[in-house]
Design a protein around this ligand. Structure first.
Ligand code: ATP
Ligand code: MG
Length: 394
């Protein structure tokens, strides 16, 4: 079992009169890779700054290893931070950048019985620890390079080594890969996960990139407007989103109005679909999530629903097609080629349907109309009459 290391209890943060964190309750386990994920301005960096001690919450407690640390300054916390801007010392080489924090440290002199005398960390120990960290971040042989002679990814590795060399219990990372290009970012995601596992400490990672969060995290915390929307493993968050906001933010989702007739049966477009969900009131209005990859295209005569293809985009591995079902547009990913204008049937397996409670986010997400507006304008007149007919077909 993992041990709890940090807890935020009823944490609120207000700037002037604006509440930017609204009663955050969250714990972080030892050795966990946890990601705070959400759109710009949702309060991710503020949460991280509170953990780091750079910001004091307006109310609530920050607990570290069972002790309240609200009033402990950053340098006395066992926490280090890596920012998006690496902020390396330009005049120092890689070795000296990493060694810098260790050179600044003063430890109690082991030969002084009063314990008052402080000494520097011995040079041998500094050397051993710096070299060990350069090994961890795969930068051995780069000791004498200046930051200006390193790529962005290499500079970020130096920043990570510098933060880890002090042996913090927690590393905070605020969008550390945002400045890198896509390919390098993907490589560094794998690297960061490996580094975290190798050094065996807690990483708290901030990003607005859902794919990055899914790739690296043990736990994802999805935030919106200062509130936590869902906490779970990447699989939980993807397969069982709690509301329309999470479903829309993580991956692609068609989100359709439904009625939960009874356990294992949901109604959409007036038709009943078998599903695996239950525990709702009889005939409760719900939001239904259907992922684009969970929809099978079948002949019109066999379709649970019948719609019209309004746009087709080739994506290499598959086609992204937009299909109009009575004016609501779905995204479907398929390896079959369906030309624009074709009428198709679809089938959805019971486990491809995920039913959610209605929330304040209902009706805000999950329609792909904006994908095919131009086509709409051209084809509106003819499509409208087609759709009327198709509603009755089955
Ligand atoms: N020092 C401050 N003074 C006033 N408002 C602030 C301050 N710091 C943050 N805010 C506000 O708090 C809200 C949350 O900001 P925060 O930086 O935590 O967001 P974020 O989720 O990290 O966003 P991004 O993805 O853009 O970095 C924003 O509305 C921001 O304007
Ligand atoms: Mg931020």
């Amino acid at each position: 079992m993992s041990k709890e290391l940090i807890r935020l209890r009823n944490v609120c943060m207000a700037f002037d009169d604006e509440l930017v964190l609204d009663n955050i309750n969250l714990y972080f386990n030892d050795k966990e890779f946890l990601t705070l994920l959400g759109p710009s301005g949702c309060g991710k960096s503020t949460t991280l700054r509170i953990i780091g001690g750079f910001t004091t919450p307006t109310s609530g407690d920050v607990i570290f290893d069972g002790v309240r640390i609200n009033d402990i300054p950053p340098y006395q916390r066992q926490v280090n931070t890596v920012f998006q801007k690496y902020a390396l010392f330009p005049h120092l080489n890689v070795y000296e950048n990493v060694a810098f924090g260790l050179r600044m440290q003063r430890l109690p002199d082991p030969n002084d019985p009063t314990g008052k005398k402080k000494v520097k960390i011995p040079e041998e120990e500094i050397h051993q620890r710096v070299m060990e960290m350069l090994e961890v971040v795969s930068l051995k042989g780069f000791e004498h390079r200046k930051p200006e002679a390193l790529s962005g990814g290499q500079q970020q590795r130096v920043a990570i080594a510098r933060a880890l060399v002090n042996r913090p219990k927690v590393l905070l990372l605020d969008e550390p890969l945002a400045a890198l290009d896509l390919k390098l970012r993907k490589d560094m995601q794998i690297e960061l996960k490996r580094i975290q596992q190798q050094v065996g400490i807690t990483f708290i990672y901030v990003t607005h990139d859902q794919e990055e969060a899914l790739t690296m995290s043990d736990t994802i915390v999805v935030m919106d407007k200062g509130s936590i929307q869902q906490i779970g493993t990447p699989e939980d968050i993807y397969n069982e989103p709690k509301n329309a906001f999470v479903a829309d933010f993580i991956g692609e989702s068609n989100i359709i109005d439904g009625i939960m007739v009874r356990d294992n049966e949901v109604q959409m477009y007036g038709k009943k679909f078998p599903c695996l969900d239950g525990g709702f009131a009889p005939n409760e209005p719900v939001d239904v999530v259907i992922r684009p990859e969970d929809i099978d295209i079948v002949p019109v005569s066999q379709g649970q629903l019948i719609g019209t293809v309004t746009s087709v985009t080739f994506k290499g591995m598959q086609y992204d097609i937009i299909v109009d079902f009575k004016g609501f547009k779905w995204l479907i990913q398929t390896t079959d080629h369906c030309p624009e204008g074709e009428r198709i049937g679809i089938k959805i397996d019971p486990d491809g349907i995920h039913v959610m409670k209605k929330s304040k986010y209902s009706g805000m997400f999950g329609d792909y109309s904006s994908f095919s507006e131009e086509y709409d304008e051209m084809g509106d007149a003819t499509l409208a009459s087609d759709e009327e007919d198709s509603a009755d077909e089955e």
